[in-house]
Write a protein that binds this ligand. Structure first.
Ligand SMILES: Cc1cc2nc3c(=O)[nH]c(=O)nc-3n(C[C@H](O)[C@H](O)[C@H](O)COP(=O)(O)OP(=O)(O)OC[C@H]3O[C@@H](n4cnc5c(N)ncnc54)[C@H](O)[C@@H]3O)c2cc1C
Length: 387
């Protein structure tokens, strides 16, 4: 149960459009995902039809403009969906990445033709999206990537590999970063939209065995002389990929912060309920001063974080969220998530270490938030640049 931090929320949250969207998102997650959390953990991926069903419910790419088949929403819809998914303890469904991290590359940088071809399929769930930047030898240092896309006539020949790709086992639409000019660093990188169905030279590797996020299909991808049409280049010009990534990464980082916030509220709620029920030495765990102090600290930090998350969301919607501010949100919120969830495990005692308790799963899931989307060390480098 999500703990209500009782923070005054932005006025738009009361508007009918957003209230209705929140109701639909909450109901969809409660009916379709929550009952299957353990099943998805065991199979390491959500059922494929969840994507199509979510498309029918209007939950995929709600911020897509109407001319490309969308409903013309904005990032606030993504923020609501994050609350619905992560606030209910679901960690398996990569819809937020599909909606808020991959699709925006197409709407922001795609040509008219590309948007008309791809957006309707991303909205219906016919396409499941992934973004492939990281390589075995290049994570933080993206400029060092080795995957190449060399133009030959009216096609590109792509060779290389990617790793740790979220939705990688399922995705049939992948934004891929590759070097069109291997002699260059950032200036040599271009983005491609790869439609993988029946694509020769495209191969998925093993589904990776992770510490947490067990229901997410994180995979390796391989490209062996994979030929794609020249029209797969996102936009019209080679060499723009790094700048396109830099433009969109602040949104990815805010998404990670909002996920952390929703998970914190969920686990705080679960923990407060638990300590009010459980007894030791003839008293409720809640009645020990240590418990009250720890939860008071968690609540204070979470309340401040929530205000900051709402501020950053509004800044992003207004087109003002800086890379620096997004980095602060990502690093501060993911650190706080790990800290609070760890305290909550402690307050559950031995039960907090049992996989059947949501707090245990939340603890396993939290750790990676400090690593992906740019590690928290890289966030601090970005913040320090503005000092
Ligand atoms: C579950 C999961 C899902 C992911 N999903 C995706 C995805 O969908 N798409 C995708 O492209 N990638 C994805 N990633 C990859 C993720 O973004 C990278 O793992 C991350 O950026 C770090 O890169 P790395 O693993 O190569 O670590 P490295 O870059 O090797 O870093 C190792 C350590 O060195 C530190 N370090 C590196 N450079 C510096 C520096 N200059 N100063 C100080 N410290 C430094 C890092 O902070 C880290 O602590 C995912 C990863 C995981 C685990």
């Amino acid at each position: 149960m999500v703990y209500d931090l009782n923070v005054k929320r932005p006025a738009w949250r009361e508007e009918e459009e957003f209230v209705l969207f929140a109701d639909a998102a909450n109901a969809f997650v409660a009916d379709n995902l929550v009952p299957n959390i353990e099943k998805y953990e065991k199979q390491g991926v959500v059922d494929r039809d969840i994507w199509l069903k979510a498309g029918e419910y209007g939950l995929l790419v709600p911020d897509c403009p109407e001319e490309y088949g969308g409903v013309g929403g904005d990032f606030r819809h993504d923020a609501i969906l994050i609350d619905a998914i992560h606030g209910q303890g679901v960690d398996s469904w990569g819809a937020v990445l599909h909606n808020g991290i991959v699709a925006p590359y197409v709407t922001a940088f795609g040509t008219e033709e590309q948007k008309r071809a791809w957006m309707p399929k991303l909205i219906s769930g016919e396409y499941v999206a992934a973004i492939a930047m990281t390589e075995p030898g290049a994570g933080s240092d993206l400029q060092g990537m080795k995957t190449t896309a060399i133009k030959q006539g009216n096609q590109y020949v792509i060779n290389g590999s990617k790793t740790f790709i979220t939705n990688g086992g399922t995705a049939n639409f992948i934004i891929l970063a590759a070097k069109t000019d291997p002699s260059e660093g950032a200036k040599g990188i271009s983005l491609f939209a790869i439609e993988t169905d029946g694509l020769e030279g495209f191969r998925r590797g093993r589904k990776l065995d992770k510490v947490g996020l067990k229901g997410q299909d994180t995979a390796e991808l391989f490209f062996d002389d994979m030929k794609v049409p020249a029209s797969a280049l996102l936009g019209t010009e080679e060499g723009k990929g790094f700048y396109q990534l830099m433009d969109k990464l602040p949104q990815e980082r805010l998404i990670i912060a909002l996920q952390a916030m929703a998970m914190i509220e969920n686990i705080l709620g679960q923990t407060i309920d638990y300590v009010k029920e459980r007894k030791a030495f003839g008293r409720r765990i809640m009645d020990f001063q240590n418990t009250r102090f720890k939860l008071a600290e968690c609540k204070s930090q979470a309340t401040m974080a929530k205000v900051f998350c709402d501020h950053c969301t509004d800044e992003l919607v207004a087109g003002r969220l800086s890379a620096e501010m997004a980095s602060m949100a990502k690093y501060m919120l993911s650190d706080l998530q790990c800290k609070i969830v760890d305290e909550c495990v402690q307050l559950h005692g031995g039960y907090g270490y049992m996989n059947e308790y949501p707090v245990a799963r939340a603890w396993r899931d939290a750790r990676v938030q400090r690593i992906y989307g740019g590690t928290n060390e890289i966030m601090k480098l970005l913040i320090a640049r503005g000092l």
